[in-house]
Design a protein around this ligand. Structure first.
Ligand SMILES: C[S@@+](CC[C@H](N)C(=O)[O-])C[C@H]1O[C@@H](n2cnc3c(N)ncnc32)[C@H](O)[C@@H]1O
Length: 373
């Protein structure tokens, strides 16, 4: 049964690695020289201390094939004093993900002391101290500031611009947006061609912002304050165009497949915007982990006045969900995997194109049609 109500009344009721050990900053330096330089630049460490050791302890329980080096490192007891920032950050994240907030906080504080410029270390210590388990979309201030600043400005301009062109080209009369948020992608696209709109969004606060603006602009709309899973379990109408931007990554794989099957059965055309996030065997894999730290630092630094709000309230909780034993906030996929899911769901014609670069991963737009397309 449909839960939607016209005029936004419903809304008112209620975001590779290979296993190399290259040290950052050494690219392009011949191997031999690089090793000598590293040996001079870095303090000597006791065996079993440092990023490889901390990562190995994290990786070991998940690996079935262990090499001798891993075993050796694992068997050596670590010191609690870390000698470089990466190692301290790794220890902090590892301890945090296993619920040991005392060790996590002390390691984050050490990371910050080792590198006073590390915003990641500073904010990690903040959120570990706060230990706030609230959902990232429950209180929208951090998410709102996140998507309105930094690299999101260009990302959303590209997203809304692409949607606007699609509306003009296909001129849908009824448009369904799944996981609308506060309408950051949808609303700026509703200009030249403005269809009747259906919005599905589980965060009551974000949905209320979208429907308030739709009402203000006189755009006919229906709103469903629920998840994509709940909506597609009961909704039976067809839509000329269905879209979802950065939202279906929130669904676990089985739910993605089921929701995409519903979409393929209820529209001729679906537009998906998601980041291209290649699968990694383990998030503790050294090359992936280092790359993740560098991306996080870059992402946090894209914000100035809002950095604490955005970093502690959105970016870190979302990314740390990838390391946690708690439920992750998202389940990102490589764009090839999205394509495969769309095909399995029943879409016949699928095209994808790179939409924008972004500190986390590039965003892609996928267009899928059910007919000959
Ligand atoms: C990163 S935001 C993107 C919002 C909006 N589409 C945009 O492009 O700005 C992800 C959105 O998905 C919503 N969401 C989370 N879980 C969902 C689910 N199971 N079904 C539908 N939407 C969901 C969140 O509440 C949030 O609004």
């Amino acid at each position: 049964m449909d839960q939607g109500r016209p005029g936004g009344a419903a809304a008112a009721s209620r975001a590779s690695g290979r296993r190399t050990r290259r040290r950052p900053g050494a690219a392009g330096v011949p191997l031999q020289i690089r090793c000598v330089a590293v040996a001079r630049a870095r303090p000597r460490r006791a065996p079993g201390v440092g990023l490889p050791a901390v990562l190995a302890r994290a990786v070991l329980p998940r690996r079935s094939h262990l090499n001798e080096e891993h075993v050796l490192i694992h068997q050596t007891h670590p010191a609690d004093i870390h000698t470089d920032t990466e190692t301290a950050l790794c220890a902090a994240i590892r301890a945090y993900s296993s619920g040991d907030t005392t060790t996590a906080h002390s390691a984050a504080v050490q990371a910050r002391a080792l590198d006073p410029d590390s915003e990641l270390a500073r904010l990690l210590a903040v959120i570990i101290a706060g230990c706030d388990a609230a959902g990232v979309y429950d209180s929208p201030a951090a998410f709102r500031a996140f998507i309105r600043g930094g690299g999101n400005i260009g990302l959303y301009e590209a997203t809304s611009g692409a949607l606007r062109e699609l509306y003009q080209r296909h001129r849908p009369q009824r448009l369904l947006d799944i996981g609308t948020g506060d309408g950051m992608a949808l609303l700026p696209a509703l200009t030249e061609h403005s269809p009747a709109v259906g919005v599905v969004e589980p965060s009551a606060a974000l949905l209320a912002e979208t429907t308030a603006e739709l009402t203000r602009r006189g755009i006919p709309h229906l709103a469903w304050p629920c998840t994509a899973q709940d909506f597609t379990a009961t909704h039976t109408r067809r839509w000329d165009l269905v879209q979802s931007t950065f939202a279906l990554q929130s669904l676990p794989e089985a739910d993605k497949a089921r929701v995409l099957r519903w979409i393929a059965a209820h529209t001729d055309r679906f537009v998906l915007v998601e980041f291209d996030v290649p699968e990694v065997e383990s998030v503790w894999e050294p090359a992936w982990f280092r790359d993740c730290l560098a991306r996080l630092e870059r992402g946090l630094r894209e914000y100035d006045d809002d950095r604490d709000l955005v970093g502690a309230g959105f970016i870190l909780p979302v990314i740390l969900g990838k390391f946690g034993t708690s439920t992750p906030t998202n389940y990102e996929l490589a764009i090839d995997a999205w394509e495969a899911l769309l095909r399995e769901a029943g879409f016949a014609g699928i095209t994808t194109r790179r939409l924008a670069d972004y500190w986390w991963r590039p965003a892609f737009l996928g267009e899928a049609v059910t007919g000959a397309g």
